[in-house]
Design a binder for this molecule. Structure first.
Ligand code: SF4
Ligand SMILES: [Zn+2]
Length: 134
């Protein structure tokens, strides 16, 4: 099961046109009408945060933008600048409680390292509380 629950609820779920293989700049430009689908999507920021299109030199539609080689070539109506902040987000520091929170903010289920770190931190706090209480 994917920990990224929203992906299957997104309006583009299962539509491979958004992430074409072997795309050329010209074929990518023909995807602009798909931006209408993103227009009503509540997950634009999460989409950018997940794909990290700038960093991954993404080709296709992501987060209400058409990306060619990781650069924005068109945006859907209503696209907001703050949705893109996520794409500059620092990488998750895995294996930490903060990492687990970062996963959470991005709408992801924490990876096993972060989950374990969060579990241990919680157990530690519980232990400290118990120690104080006795
Ligand atoms: S923003 Fe666009 S590409 Fe991303 S999940 Fe929503 S509909 Fe799909
Ligand atoms: Zn992690």
């Amino acid at each position: 099961m994917s920990g990224i629950w929203w992906v299957s609820e997104a309006p583009c779920a299962g539509d491979l046109r958004f992430t074409p293989n072997d795309a050329t700049a010209d074929s990518l430009r023909t995807l602009v009408p798909l931006l209408q689908v993103c227009q009503g999507c509540p997950f634009r920021a999460r989409c950018i945060s997940l794909v990290q299109p700038h960093r991954s030199l993404f080709d296709g539609i992501c987060g209400g933008r058409l990306w060619i080689n990781g650069r924005i070539r068109a945006s859907c109506k209503g696209a907001r600048a703050d949705e893109r902040k996520a794409h500059a987000a620092r990488p998750i520091n895995h294996g930490t409680e903060a990492g687990a929170r970062a996963h959470n903010r991005r709408g992801q289920t924490a990876c096993s390292l972060c989950r374990e770190a969060a579990r241990l931190a919680q157990a530690r706090r519980r232990e400290q509380k118990r120690a104080r209480g006795t």
